[in-house]
Design a protein around this ligand. Sequence first.
Ligand code: MN
Length: 241
Amino acid sequence: MRPIIGITGRKDTSARLVHSPMYSVGETYVHAVHQAGGAPVILPPMLAEADWTALLGRLEGLLLSGGEDLHPRQYGQPPEAWLGGVDETRDTSELGLIRAALEMRKPIFAICRGIQVLNVALGGTLYQDLAAQVPGALDHAFLMSRSLDQSIHPVTLEADSALVRILGGVTFAVNSAHHQSIQTPGAGLRVVGRAPDGVIEAVELADYPFCIGVQWHPEALVRSDPAMAALFAALVEAASS
Ligand code: MN
């Protein structure tokens, strides 16, 4: 039987439809999970405490999708001028969901905003804007205005990481559509991948069945890069056992 993978959604105010705003997620996330053998369900970004364990009891895995900036109050910093758009309801919803998933030792795969929420859930902090706070940083936001199926910078992984075992190599070209990143890693998170400028692009949780975070967007690369499809297969495999 296909394992059920919950995918965190966002509040979408862009659609001019009768029911707008809508709760939605990019179809690439849904297809990547489905093609890897998982049964995807979209989780709305307004879950409260009573929902977290109830939902996770019915999910075999959790995929944290990309989206807005977290409000810096979640990691004890005042908002700076360069902070992007936030959705504090989503912050509360996802932080609670992640912490409950960690307690239940559910497989977790965190993408883009997801790696940032995972980090903050474990007590880590974020750069609110790489261009403003990290001298010499690459233009990681480059692809926000372009197609996500283009790779734009390399990532070098730690040779003994789970990611290397899954991806089958140490260096990969990845896409990049973020202006924030991990500043201080949260408790138990091991940094296993960096861009050439030192920006953290991948983390893993030690002593845990499956908890991987990446700052790039593998869901948009699965058609062109089998290694990226293997990431979703690894999530589904972990969710199946
Ligand atoms: Mn990047």
